[in-house]
Design a protein around this ligand. Structure first.
Ligand code: PLP
Length: 353
């Protein structure tokens, strides 16, 4: 039998939690509020290859984000953008840095492309300290640094002044992942600043705020030099015709996206307050999820028994959970279930008072 590359022998296939529940609050998805079942396209030539560079979609994106079309690249989710960056820039044993905890795919793709991923530990309460990142960059001379703001899974933002400070302090490429930026009231996008630096890339997705995780659509923005390099490596026809058209259609309804994200922000306050009342350690979030700690034994399974799935973490994040902000009704049901389940923290509350 042919064997997998040595460096990949201990890699495990990506396996989402598999319990099926009516209320699904584990993966930061949204409702599909942009595309209904009756939508039809007249000129979808499914027998032909799609536009290899998705020109129409990129021109609509250009108008939405106010960045030149030539500086935008689209693909199958921001996952493809992350992989493309590694494919293009990383050589064997190059160091890649990111905060720990952050989005797990940075480390996984780095491994696949033979890089060496180093997580910079976050501080007390998962604070992301940019000076720590700068120190690590000086020590390890990384080729690439991933920043995620708002950060998954903790929900905090990295202030723009910190991001600029890091960019200016290093020659490393910086990939800023803005997957949740539409839900943040305080994070400033760096997309309009890609021309000011020679090492900044920004990636975004339609999977979260646009509620279209199923169509697999993400995009990358950078200065012209970096984008030109990435285009050399991108697979031809990487984005299928159906997704290109759905993306164009979604971008004609930005008003709805703004209303949706406003709504989620309101709901986030409600869930945050309700969880805090249960004496849980709750981390204030600027994304469409909330990260919290509970010492309740088997909380994940107790919620599954109530037909609700959230994300549970393991290893050094044991007892930490991430819940997606759902519809008002789903959030109410989640909180009701939590009130019924949580006994450990209630006991602690009693002992204090
Ligand atoms: C969900 C998520 C993505 C999006 O991935 P897609 O491939 O676009 O679905 C990217 N980065 C982070 C941090 C995420 O949480």
């Amino acid at each position: 039998m042919k064997t997998i590359r040595d460096s990949l022998k201990d890699l495990k296939p990506y396996k989402p939690q598999s319990e099926q529940t009516t209320i699904k609050l584990d993966a930061n998805e949204s409702k599909n509020y942009l595309i209904d079942d009756t939508l039809t396209f007249n000129d979808l030539s499914l027998n032909l290859y799609p536009d290899s560079n998705a020109n129409v979609l990129r021109s609509k994106l250009s108008a939405y984000i106010n960045v030149a079309e030539s500086q935008i690249l689209v693909g199958n989710g921001s996952s493809e953008m992350i992989e493309l960056i590694l494919k293009t820039f990383i050589e064997s044993d190059n160091v890649v840095l990111g905060f720990d905890p952050s989005f797990s795919m940075y480390a996984i793709y780095t491994k696949i492309y033979n890089g060496r991923y180093i997580g910079v530990p976050s501080k007390t309460d998962f604070k992301l300290d940019i000076d720590d990142m700068i120190d690590y960059a000086k020590t390890y001379q990384p080729k690439l640094i991933f920043l995620c703001s708002p950060n998954n899974p903790t929900g905090q933002i990295i202030p723009q002044t910190d991001i600029v400070k890091l960019i200016k302090s290093t020659d490393a490429l910086i990939c800023l992942d803005e997957a949740y930026i539409e839900f943040s009231e305080n994070a400033d996008s760096m997309m309009s600043m890609v021309d000011e630096f020679d090492n900044l890339m920004v990636i975004r997705t339609f999977s979260k705020a646009f509620g279209l995780a199923g169509i697999r659509l993400g995009y990358l923005v950078s200065n012209q030099n970096i984008v030109n390099e990435l285009y050399k490596v991108k697979s031809p026809y990487n984005l299928n015709a159906v997704t290109q058209n759905l993306g164009i259609y979604a971008l004609s309804q930005i008003e709805k996206v703004n209303n949706y994200t406003k709504n989620i922000i309101e709901q986030r306050f409600f869930v945050e307050k309700a969880l805090a009342k249960l004496n849980l350690k709750v981390y204030s979030s600027e994304a469409n999820f909330i990260f919290f700690q509970s010492l309740e034994p088997n909380l994940y399974n107790k919620l599954i028994d109530k037909d609700i799935r959230i994300r549970a973490f393991s290893d050094n994040l044991k007892n930490y959970y991430r819940v997606t902000i759902g519809s008002p009704d789903e959030n109410k049901q989640f909180i009701k279930a939590m009130k019924e389940i949580i006994t450990w923290e209630k006991q602690q509350l009693k002992e204090i008072h």
